[in-house]
Design a protein around this ligand. Structure first.
Ligand code: TMP
Length: 208
């Protein structure tokens, strides 16, 4: 049986990842492709710890935080019940809302990028995606969407315009560093939902 595809959707908080992941999932399913929709942090042990830190309920150092996301990613790959390897082995497509590009961009602000790169890209248990779609949106637009959709106590530690500006810059550094060795497509997320969805479909269909 042919192996399934592994697709990652990345972008700033508020860039429309969830909406667009749902749309492309439906489009692929309509073509008869079996799609598993997942996200990082995962709902498993390390992912839950990441969410506690993000929500300010748990304190860890910056390097520990990077390791937690990476440990969660290893579990996301190898988990025998719902891991990427298992699904792909069955021929299903896995779409992940966030992956190592997020660690490189978000934690790369705080700890060394070289260390994070070797930790993630050099790890035999962390698969390289067939495609990464980066939904690009200006930080002020991200903040508008975040503020419109969530109550104040739901806003996570990274959701300020100043912080998102530095994260976006870092995403660009990461894309620049990886563009020769990875399949990364940058899409302007400031269009209508349908316009953005159409571009994503084009990028996704190019790997089938
Ligand atoms: P989300 O569920 O809204 O995508 O939020 C996840 C948050 O976690 C988001 O602010 C980005 C952050 N994050 C990291 O800092 N590093 C990572 O490796 C991942 C996967 C997420």
């Amino acid at each position: 049986m042919e192996k399934g595809k592994f697709i990652v959707i990345e972008g700033l908080d508020g860039s429309g990842k969830t909406t667009q992941t749902n749309i492309i999932t439906e489009k692929l399913r309509a073509k008869g492709i079996n799609v598993i929709n997942q996200a990082e942090p995962t709902p498993h042990e390390f992912g839950r710890m990441c969410r506690e830190v993000l929500g300010g309920r748990k304190k860890v150092t910056k390097s520990q935080f990077a390791l937690l996301f990476t440990a969660d990613r290893i579990d996301h790959n190898i988990n025998p019940e719902d891991g990427i390897n298992m699904h792909i082995g069955k021929g299903d497509t896995v779409i992940s809302d966030r992956y190592y590009y997020s660690t490189l961009a978000y934690q790369g602000v705080d700890v060394g990028l070289d260390w994070l790169m070797s930790l993630n890209l050099g790890c035999e248990d962390i698969r390289k995606p067939d495609l990464c779609v980066f939904l690009d949106l200006l930080p002020e637009k991200s903040m508008e969407r975040i503020n419109a959709n969530r109550s104040e106590d739901e806003i996570e530690i990274y959701e300020t315009e100043e912080y998102l500006t530095s994260i976006r810059k870092r995403f660009y550094n990461v894309i620049d560093a990886l563009k020769e060795t990875e399949n990364i497509v940058v899409i302007n997320a400031d269009g209508t939902v349908d316009e953005v969805a159409e571009q994503i479909e084009k990028a996704v269909m190019s790997i089938y």
